[in-house]
Design a protein around this ligand. Structure first.
Ligand SMILES: [Zn+2]
Length: 341
């Protein structure tokens, strides 16, 4: 594990539509390991690494890995007469997960605040929640305006020697795995496209544009796998923390190609990579699979407990397994040639 990189990736803000801070870091890290890195009009970062070995067919397959750079957050909606701030969620937040959380408003300068209890011992609806920044109203108006981005202040922490906690492991663990896979990639017979996508949390809005430009043959989204915990039983979320990378059989938007699944399971067996089957929520894989003429696609990723909360948990063994599978996948994906021609 590259602790320094993990920390940098997880502590950098980037809510849907405002991913520039994290995308700049991604570009910087991809540049030395790619032949070309560009950012498209939507803001997707696309790193291309050309095949270093001869292709199986007449041209190298185009193989995509995609992790979404956006994290759920909020936007300033209203400043009231007392200088309290109301906000609009950007991405799937729930009231329980955000009450009493420290936030940073990215105004004229960063402003610290907290989402305060406003309804006695009952949970307020999100529309009735207020952020208190503990400054006079005039000062608030000077620093903050409607439309400013709000992120959670929670930074990466280590709960114990194996488990990390963070506000945005969905999908910054995916971003970290994407970057580390590219850092460790050997020779390939395929052209690899490492894509750091935007606006996934608002309904997979970035990846379709990247996929349209790339025209992938095969692709994997990298995203958190739904994981049982105190919130939900194993019969509903079938992945467990620490038991290997999750391979999506199906999610709300994609039914994985069965031949690609078999290929991934076999790779895991051959390389002794721990894995588990996941049934997930909905990811960038849908756009890889269904843009243009279509591609073989699914999603893999480390189990992430309490996704869409500010206290998401991930296990270092699962992160390592995910990176290993991504590297093995890219280095062997030319064997999928016969399935896509
Ligand atoms: Zn996600």
């Amino acid at each position: 594990m590259n602790q320094k990189l993990l920390k940098l990736v997880c502590n950098t803000p980037g809510i849907p539509g405002f991913e520039d801070p994290i995308q700049e870091i991604v570009e910087e890290i991809l540049r030395p390991v790619c032949d070309e890195v560009r950012r498209d009009r939507m803001g997707n970062v696309i790193g291309q690494k050309k095949a270093t070995k001869p292709p199986v067919g007449e041209r190298p397959l185009r193989v995509v890995l995609a992790a979404h750079a956006d994290e759920i957050g909020m936007m300033v909606k209203h400043l009231d007469g007392n200088g309290f701030i109301r906000f609009e969620p950007v991405g799937g937040l729930n009231a329980q997960a955000i009450i009493s959380q420290r936030v940073i408003i990215h105004g004229r300068e960063p402003v610290n605040g907290v989402i305060v209890p406003t309804n006695g011992d009952k949970l307020p609806a999100m529309k009735d929640m207020l952020i208190d920044v503990a400054l006079p109203r005039d000062k608030v108006c000077e620093l903050v305006e409607v439309g400013d981005v709000i992120t959670f202040a929670q930074e990466l922490v280590r709960l114990n020697d194996k488990v990390y906690m963070g506000r945005n492991f969905d999908d910054r663990i995916g971003t970290y795995c994407l970057l580390e896979a590219m850092n460790h990639l050997g020779d390939t017979s395929v052209d690899v496209y490492a894509v750091s996508t935007v606006q996934e949390e608002k309904g997979v809005r970035g990846m379709p544009v990247a996929a349209f430009a790339i025209e992938p043959d095969v692709g994997l989204a990298i995203d958190g796998s739904l994981t049982w915990g105190a919130h939900i039983g194993k019969h509903e979320n079938i992945c467990a923390l620490g038991e290997g990378t999750g391979i999506y059989l199906m999610d709300g938007l994609t039914i994985a190609d069965r031949r690609l699944l078999r290929f991934l399971f076999d790779l895991c067996e051959k390389h002794k990579i721990p894995y588990q089957r996941n049934i997930g929520g909905g990811t960038d894989a849908s756009a890889i699979q269904r843009t243009g003429v279509g591609a073989l696609a699914t999603t893999i990723g480390a189990p992430t407990r309490y996704m869409h909360s500010t206290v998401q948990l991930a296990h270092s063994d699962d992160i390592v397994a995910t990176i290993k599978l991504l590297v093995a996948f890219l280095e062997n994906s030319h064997h999928l040639e016969k399935l896509v021609r």
